[in-house]
Design a binder for this molecule. Structure first.
Ligand code: SF4
Ligand code: SF4
Length: 466
């Protein structure tokens, strides 16, 4: 029966009560070295988040994730659907990285760099402390009748929350369409940008709803990464953990020297600061986002009662059980090797990626054309993707045979606009005396202003039987 009671925390998440209603978390503001370190990291994150959309390299944003046009810019390099294999490999590398990182370091990402945690704990939660006061004051305010003071505080908080959600939505959109496009939505007549304005309002509403109401549920109920922890973590992973060997049996603090109880004085400070409302002393739980607030809270208590710090700390389950330091296990080594191989391949593909990509195919259904008495021609189609920010007048040259290329149209080149795609049709004309086989392998060089961009191999169909 007691066991059942002890384990009842596993029946439901901490933010839902027995009747299925939301348990609103009034988390105490943490204080300590880990919270300070996270605060500095959050400043760095905010500076990056709010400045990156303004950084342009060679006229291009440093980062752009334009899902509407399937165009992505990473570190100033454009990636098109033609680069899907690089993109696919990058996704696989990223997944392996996540698996390796989580197997080794648990939810370090969630606690320290996840935008949801950073905006919630380091931005909106701080605004809430500023307007509504400490966790205890917030609790009292929630229970208090709707007086003028309460209405003022609630309206102020929600107005500020919505204002910042709107600002964040603007920057979020800047990562998708670029600051220049965003500037047009802001400055040009509303009727020209109805879609853009609607997206802005929708994103603002989503951010406001998440930070004002949904909060930690995003991590405990929605986030797929959080829900994968059960399979990604093992007993050697680094997690925020309570040292039950040292802490149990817990007991209220007494100044008498006793040996029959552990160091935990059951003060509940670790629970009061937890933004997901859990008791870390119950062991590893899916709701723990590794925010370290409970480490700071417990360390402050240990200092007060003159006990060593680290009753709650970064450790592994095996480490606590066997009193061992964190280990670099065989599983982690395997993931590291796999990750290194993927990173090398990805680096090679990125490094050797061409600025101008083309495909050439012989026009289907056509054989060769006789040109006078001494020449033969084949008709080809070319498709070109220009990944640069300049126009490309693409010239074609035969590389391995003597003959000539005739581009159909008014130019003697294929014009491809900047960051765009182009297509054309051309004849390859070869003298009959060099055609000694039915399918003659030929190489066509692609030149941009005299500089060779690529070379494409194809076949030339001739009148000679094989
Ligand atoms: S248990 Fe500790 S580390 Fe985990 S979410 Fe709660 S306070 Fe943060
Ligand atoms: S803060 Fe430390 S001493 Fe207090 S209940 Fe939590 S683990 Fe025990």
């Amino acid at each position: 029966m007691l066991k059942e009671k002890e384990e009842s925390f596993r029946d439901r998440i901490a933010t839902i009560d027995e009747s299925g209603k939301r348990n609103w978390i009034f988390a105490q503001k943490p204080k300590g070295k880990w919270y300070s370190a996270r605060t500095y990291i959050s400043w760095f994150f905010f500076i990056m988040f709010f400045t990156l959309p303004f950084i342009y390299v060679h006229g291009r944003p440093l980062f752009l994730f334009d899902v509407t046009q399937a165009k992505f810019i990473l570190f100033g390099k454009v990636f098109w659907p033609q680069d899907f294999f690089i993109f696919g490999l990058a996704m696989i590398t990223f997944i392996v990285f996540i698996v390796l990182f989580t197997a080794a370091f648990g939810r370090l990402f969630c606690g320290w760099v996840c935008p949801q945690t950073i905006f919630m704990e380091m931005f909106f939660r701080k605004i809430e402390y500023f307007i509504e006061g400490s966790a205890a004051e917030q609790k009292l305010l929630a229970k208090a009748p709707w007086t003028g003071k309460k209405i003022f505080k609630k309206v102020s908080k929600h107005s500020v929350f919505f204002f910042f959600s709107f600002i964040i939505a603007n920057f979020f959109l800047a990562y998708v369409i670029g600051v220049k496009e965003l500037g047009k939505i802001i400055t040009e007549p509303v009727k020209d940008h109805i879609g853009g304005l609607l997206s802005l309002l929708v994103f603002s509403g989503i951010f406001y709803a998440v930070y004002a109401f949904f909060r930690e549920q995003a991590c405990t109920v929605v986030c797929p990464y959080g829900r994968l922890q059960g399979v990604l973590l093992d007993r050697n992973s680094m997690i925020v953990a309570y040292d039950h060997k040292r802490g149990e049996p817990r007991n209220k603090f007494t100044k008498k020297a006793t040996t029959d109880h552990g160091d935990c004085i059951d003060c509940m400070q670790c629970v009061k600061v937890c933004p997901t409302g859990i008791d870390i002393r119950n062991g590893t739980q899916m709701e723990c986002v590794g925010c370290t607030a409970c480490i700071d809270a417990c360390d402050a208590i240990m200092k007060k009662i003159n006990k060593p710090l680290g009753l709650i700390s970064y450790a592994s389950e095996n480490g606590i059980e066997n009193r061992e330091p964190l280990k670099y296990t065989g599983r982690m080594k395997l993931y590291t090797v796999l990750l290194s191989i993927l990173v090398i391949i990805l680096g090679f593909l990125l490094f050797t990626r061409k600025d101008v990509d083309a495909t050439i195919i012989r026009t289907p259904g056509m054989l060769y054309q006789q040109r006078g008495t001494d020449s033969v021609s084949n008709l080809y189609n070319i498709k070109v993707a220009n990944k640069t920010i300049d126009k490309v007048p693409l010239q074609l040259k035969l590389e391995n045979v003597s003959g000539k290329i005739e581009i159909i149209g008014e130019h003697h080149f294929i014009a491809v606009k900047e960051e765009g795609q182009g297509a054309g049709t051309f004849f390859v004309i070869l003298p009959t005396n060099i055609i000694h086989q039915r399918k003659l392998p030929i190489k066509i060089g692609l030149y941009n202003g005299g500089e060779k961009e690529d070379e494409i191999s194809t076949n030339f169909l001739g009148p000679v039987a094989e």
